[in-house]
Design a protein around this ligand. Structure first.
Ligand SMILES: [Zn+2]
Length: 146
């Protein structure tokens, strides 16, 4: 079965599908090449949006786990610590991969603007954790020097 893919018109940005030969909103002729490029772009934008909200969720989970770590029960605190460190390492890697894959996308798509926003939020959530870790490492080094 062949399923229709929806995509924004390359000319007017209204949502159309790839069975049309002209845009029903602005009458721009749509050849197969243009349609395929626009549909591929739309899929890329969709996965950029999904991945961006995943990364933001990881960054949020990192702080939840940071609090879990404070629960005074050995195994729960240890789970929180391991989980937090895992998220701490995963978030920047996924951020860099996202920027390489999707950073150059130019689209007026509202979802993509939200994706960029989510990426910014993830980076802002991650940075203080990095500072905190750096301070801890410095404190440990300081203690070692005494
Ligand atoms: Zn159009």
């Amino acid at each position: 079965m062949f399923s229709l893919r929806t995509l924004p018109c390359p000319n007017c940005n209204e949502i159309i599908n790839d069975s049309m030969s002209t845009c029903k909103y602005c009458s721009t002729p749509l050849d197969q090449f243009t349609l395929r490029a626009a549909a591929d772009m739309q899929e890329k934008v969709n996965s950029a949006c999904n991945e961006a909200s995943n990364i933001r969720n990881y960054a949020g989970a990192m702080w939840v786990l940071f609090l879990v770590r404070l629960i005074p029960l050995g195994f729960i605190a240890l789970g929180g610590l391991i989980g937090m460190l895992g998220m701490f390492l995963i978030v920047p890697v996924r951020l860099v991969i996202w920027l390489i894959r999707y950073g150059a996308i130019k689209t007026g798509d509202a979802d993509f603007r939200k994706a960029r926003y989510n990426i910014g939020v993830a980076a802002l959530l991650w940075l203080p954790a990095a500072v905190l870790l750096a301070l801890n490492v410095l404190a440990l080094i300081g203690m070692g020097l005494k």
